[in-house]
Write a protein that binds this ligand. Structure first.
Ligand code: FES
Length: 99
């Protein structure tokens, strides 16, 4: 797991599981704490270290509270040794604080 900041200022949590790389907004939807400080669990979720919410690493869906909202997923393209990350597609979960 790796925390990065896009040129737009968006904080992103990059997660590598095997050959798969996914990206979630690095901000828990419960109280906005960084998910990158958490842990990726064997069931494919990331657990927020602050109050234990869990989110699917691929879809960003809430799997366990206290968070109620999904976390935004960003698009990822692996091109050779580069990992390109894009902002959430239109219509996806907006970042916390912009709902
Ligand atoms: S800030 Fe993540 S569970 Fe509370």
């Amino acid at each position: 797991m790796l925390s990065v900041v896009l040129p737009s200022g968006t904080r992103v949590c990059l997660i590598r599981r095997g050959e798969q790389v996914t990206a979630l907004r690095d901000e828990c939807t419960h109280q906005g704490m960084p998910l990158s400080a958490g842990e990726v669990l064997p069931d494919g979720t990331i657990e927020c270290p602050w109050h234990g919410a869990r989110f699917d690493c691929v879809t960003g869906q809430v799997r366990r509270g206290p968070a109620e909202d999904d976390v935004a997923v960003l698009t990822v393209l692996v091109a050779g040794t580069q990992v390109l990350v894009g902002e959430p597609p239109a219509g996806q979960v907006p970042p916390p604080g912009q709902r």
